[in-house]
Each structure stands twice: as C-alpha cells, then as structure tokens.
Design a binder for this molecule. Structure first.
Ligand code: M6R
Length: 609
C-alpha cells in the first residue's frame, strides 16, 4: 500500500519520480527513497519522515539521471527508519529494489541467505527480496531472468521494481496482487502504483495484470504474463481528473476503502494463516504465555471497540475463556482489576488514540501482558505494547473506519485460533472457523457485488428520522458498528441494541416511518429474531434484513433484503455482514449530501482524552 514510481527517458529522472511520489502523498507514508542511475552505478537516497526530508537530500545531491525509481513507504516489516526505507540493495550492491506489499516467506528466505553469508542492513522483507534477486543474478548473469526466477521463490502479494547496475537502460517490474500501472510516453516510459502519479505526464496507461512482468526502456515496454508468454500491452486512455484518480476513480475515500477490504483482509492473513490450517504469530508471546492466560481484556474506542465485541464472541465460543471488552475511555476511571495472568489486547487503527494509550499504561501497571492490534506501524500504542500485531490493512484515510474494522476482527479471530492450538478448544469449531476465515476475502467480494441493490434501499430510507440496528449474538456486535457508521457520516439518529432488548424500552420509539436494520446471520437464533422483526412491523416500522443467501424464511418477513453468502461460522458471517452496513451508511450519506470523508466534529486520530 506504499507508493511506487519509476521513469526512464530524457527528463531529469529523479525530479520526475519525486514528483510522482509526492502525488501519492495523500495515501500516507512514513519514509521515502529514490534510486537513480549514475556513471558509477546506482545511487540511493532515502530518509525517514516527511517527503521534504528526502527532497532536501535530493536538493543537496542534484542528481542528473535519466533512469530512476522512487518509493514512499508505509511500514509493515520493521519500523519507519532510514535503514528500513526503500530502495534496498542486494548483497553485491548491483541490484536495487523497491516494493509494495508483503513477502510472506521472507523469514525463511532471509535465514537461508544468512547461512550463506548474506548480511542485511534493515529489518524489511524487501531487502530479503533484493538479495534473492541478487543471488539469481549472480548465478545466471541475466538481469530479467534473475527477476523471473526470484519471483518464483517469493510468496505473498507484492509489486516490485528492480534496477541493475549492469543494464542501466532498463527497469524491470513485476505485479503479484499489488497494483502496478505503466505510463506510455514519447521516447519515455513511466510506472507507478497508482494512476494519479502518472497523470501529469501521460494519460495513456497499461494496467498490469496479476503475475505480469514488464521491462521498460525509453522506447519500448515489453510485457509477459505469469507463464512467461509475451503479451501486447493493452493501452487505455484515462480521462479522470487528478482528485478522482487519487480515490481510484471513486467519489470518496470511504467507498474506496470499503471496496479494498478483500485485499486488506488478504494482507492481514498473509503469512499468519498457514496452508496446513494453523496460525503462526511468531512476533507475539511464548507458548507458555499462551497457555498461561486465563482471561482476556480488550481495550479500545469507537469502531475498534466494536471489533473487540466480535473478538469476545469468537474467544468465548471457541475457547470458553472469559473476555471483557471495555471502553478505553472509561477504563482508568472504573477501578479496573488487572492480573498477571490476563492478556490485555489493545486495539487501535491509528495507534495514537489518547484514551486507548492511557488505558494501555494502566494495564501495564497492573502486570498484565499487553498485545496491540494496530494499523499504523511505529505509532505510540504499537511501541508501548509488549507485542504488536499489525493489521496490515494499508492507510485508512476516511474518518469513518471500515477496512481497519474488518482487519481488526480478522486478527482477533487469528489470535483466538492461535490460542486454541495451545489449549483445550472445540476442534470442529476450530476447523469451521479457520476454513471460513480463509474464505473471508471472497465472502466480502461477493457482498460488494450487492452495491446497486443497497443503493436502492438507501434511496428508500434516506429521510427516516431514526434507524434501529439490531441482532443477536455476533450480529448484535455488528449492529453497534452499523449504527456508528450511519450516525457518524449520514447524521441520522440510531438506536442499537441486541434485538431481544427492544421490548425492554426502545420499542416505545417505533412509529410509522422508522427503520430497523436486522442482522440475521445465525440460523439457531433466526426464529427469535423473526419475532423481533414482527414486533417492529406491527408498529409501522420498515424492516431491512441482512441474511445468509440460504435463508428462505426471513426475506418473507422483510421489506428489504440484503443477501450475503452462506457461511458456516456465525462469527465470520457477522464480520462479513458489516460490509452491506458500511455500504448502506455510505449511500444514505451520499444521497443526503453529507461530507463523507470528513464528517462534522470528528477527527481521524483522537489524541485528546
Ligand atoms: O485509531 P483508533 O482505532 O484508536 O480510533 C478509535 C476511534 O476513534 C475510531 O474507531 C472512530 O470511532 C471512527 N471514526 C469510527 O469510524
């Protein structure tokens, strides 16, 4: 999810690629670097922090090059430091690499290379990839072939750009699940991770397909597919304006981030959910610790708190282990009881939420082990936890959190599964849960296809004065999140609770014209939920339901139905069902003309208590 740029041609190459990554600044980054051809080889300039820092180095150096690549990094492996910034050299210093995404098997590859005498200067998976390419190059002496062979050894989702000292008129680039776009000029060619970086230079682009390898020279783009078969570059003309391009052609960052969820979940699971149906979280605690914990406390605010509620459902049903989910903003004021055998999980997208940070410090004082689930690498919460698992969801720009929530829920599920490997747990549930977690990206993809149907529902409910969000079990946890999305971006008052709670008070609010959105993704509680649906309808309310596609009963009781795939685990069905609720809030807000990415009174990172 970092920014990639590349150029070969008559212009001053470093100026071009630096400008290109500046145009990707909106995506968020924590360090940046460039590599460029010189008479002596390939020079690299890189620096942690803002692009200005790199700009200063470039200013001092005044490079005059006609081939260059640049990268803005959003850290995943290793903190945001000068050393970890890209580009990285191979062992011989003849190859330089920049890369987006994750190399899942970097650890094994790195260990094998170390045993052959390779030395690494950074903690990144990218440097390992550079060494693998370098090793292949040393063997074959052929630059392009070395990249081809190395890519076959790398596992993961990545986009990579490679330069070689001995072939100073070529840039080689490979796309493997992370986006890469080539830009075609006259006597010059470009590449970038995103279209906005190309638009000031060319509007003729080639979107690389999965597995494609491209070789860029000044006058030519050679392209081949994953099997190594040459193919003709399919040129398309882009006529979007730059602002639309930053949002990937979407109207808002929120919808862009909603649609990114299959990819962000894949990134979150990468290298953790293994082929043999086990979960590896080596960067956390010892097996003894995992066996020792006898209670889990989850601390978070807002959307992250709601992900914690889903986590509680997963932990308690799989492990029969007590879990408390507490508002971080309340924790230190409520005489918290923290013990040495507690595992305290702190969840935060930004890693900077002041209330969550304060709660973490109280938990540490109590002697518990603390585990962060954080999106922003190197943030305060990430640094202060005993261990941290990054959600790897990529930068989230919209104030309304969407892809961070599903990644947090997926990561909590991974933690529960990991714990289940070291203690008594229901085997059948484990199998079902892990199988459905693996399919979560596909389930979400299927939900995104319902977008048009959701637009039509949004048109019908957009002027309602009140929306209830209801469900039972894990659906009740998701109802909380569906409601938060609706109120924060569409400014419609909501009432969210477990469906069974309605008759204890909130039912008094149901009159003609109010809407109730029910999550009905758990067949064993379906009948009970249908009774709650009837209570709403009898009082003039309009009912929208989110159901499994195998459900033939609930649709008959509903005014509007949103179907999600049939999913055999209630926890995973519930996580999936948040996607239609995100879309519903988004479209209602859009139709009401709301300021979606920056809702009134709210900030992306809440650093005040
Ligand atoms: O960065 P954090 O995850 O710690 O932020 C917590 C909340 O402020 C955040 O989730 C907030 O509720 C979102 N705006 C919801 O969309």
């Amino acid at each position: 999810m970092c920014g990639i740029a590349g150029y070969i041609g008559p212009r001053e190459a470093v100026t071009v690629v630096f400008d290109q990554i500046t145009r990707l600044e909106y995506r968020g980054y924590d360090s940046a670097g460039v590599a460029f051809g010189t008479e002596r080889g390939i020079a690299v300039l890189k620096k942690a922090g803002k692009l200005n820092n790199l700009g200063q180095l470039i200013e001092n150096e005044k490079p005059a090059a006609h081939i260059a690549m640049a990268h803005s990094r959003w850290a995943t492996h290793g903190g945001p430091t000068d050393e970890n910034a890209h580009p990285h050299y191979d062992q011989s210093g003849r190859i330089a690499v920049i890369h987006n995404g994750i190399i899942e098997n970097y650890y094994e590859l790195g260990e094998a290379l170390k045993s052959k005498g390779h030395e690494f200067r950074s903690q990144t998976d990218t440097e390992v990839a550079a060494h693998v390419i370098g090793e292949e190059y040393a063997e074959s002496g052929q630059f392009v072939e070395a990249v081809r062979r190395a890519v076959r050894r790398l596992r993961g989702a990545f986009a990579m750009v490679v330069m070689c000292i001995d072939e100073p008129d070529k840039i080689v680039t490979v796309r493997n699940a992370s986006p890469l776009v080539l830009g075609i000029g006259e006597g010059e060619n470009f590449l970038a991770s995103d279209i906005p970086a190309l638009l000031p230079y060319t509007r003729e682009v080639v979107i690389m397909d999965e597995g494609d390898l491209a070789v860029l020279t000044r006058n030519e783009i050679y392209l081949e597919d994953a099997e190594g078969k040459p193919k003709l570059p399919k040129k398309i003309h882009i006529d979007w304006d730059i602002e639309a391009a930053e949002k990937g052609g979407h109207e808002h960052f929120m919808i862009k981030e909603i649609t990114e969820q299959p990819q962000s979940i894949r990134q979150c699971l990468a290298g953790r959910l293994l082929k043999d149906e086990t979960v590896a979280l080596p960067e956390t605690f010892s097996i003894n610790d995992w066996k020792r914990f006898d209670r889990v406390i989850i601390l978070a605010c807002g959307t992250a708190y709601h992900a914690g509620l889903l986590g509680k459902y997963v932990f308690e049903s799989l492990l029969r282990m007590p879990v408390e989910v507490l508002y971080a903003s309340e924790f230190r004021y409520n005489n918290p009881i923290v013990r040495a055998n507690d595992l305290v999980i702190v969840i935060s997208q930004s890693g900077e939420t002041a209330d969550t940070l304060a709660a973490l410090r109280v938990a540490k004082e109590g002697g518990a082990k603390t585990l962060g689930i954080v999106n922003v690498v190197g943030s305060n919460i990430a640094r202060e936890c005993d261990a941290v698992l990054y959600t790897q969801a990529g930068p989230e720009i919209s104030v309304a959190s969407t892809k961070a929530y599903t990644a947090q829920a997926a990561l909590l599920t991974l933690i529960a599964l990991h714990m289940a490997q070291h203690r008594a747990a229901d085997k059948e549930k484990y199998q079902r849960l892990i199988a459905e977690l693996e399919r979560l990206p596909d389930h979400i993809e299927a939900c995104l296809k319902n977008n048009e149907a959701i637009v039509r529902i949004a048109e019908h409910i957009k002027d309602t004065p009140l929306i209830f969000f209801l469900g039972r079990g894990a659906d009740a946890a998701v109802a909380m999140e569906g409601a938060l999305k609706m109120k924060e971006i569409a400014y419609i008052p909501t009432q969210e609770s477990p469906a069974g709670e309605m008759k204890h008070g909130p039912l008094a609010l149901v009159t003609d014209g109010v809407v109730a959105v029910f999550g009905v993704t758990n067949p064993p509680t379906r009948e009970k939920v249908i009774s709650n649906i009837k209570e709403i309808k009898a009082r003039g309310g309009t009912v929208v339901t989110v159901v499994l596609e195998s459900d033939t009963v609930t649709p008959a009781e509903s005014d509007y139905v949103i179907r999600i795939p049939h999913i055999d685990s209630h926890a995973i069905a519930a996580i999936t069902s948040v996607v239609p609720l995100q879309l519903l809030a988004y479209h209602v807000a859009r139709l009401r003309g709301c300021e979606i990415d920056q809702p009134r009174n709210l900030a992306k990172s809440v650093t005040v208590e």
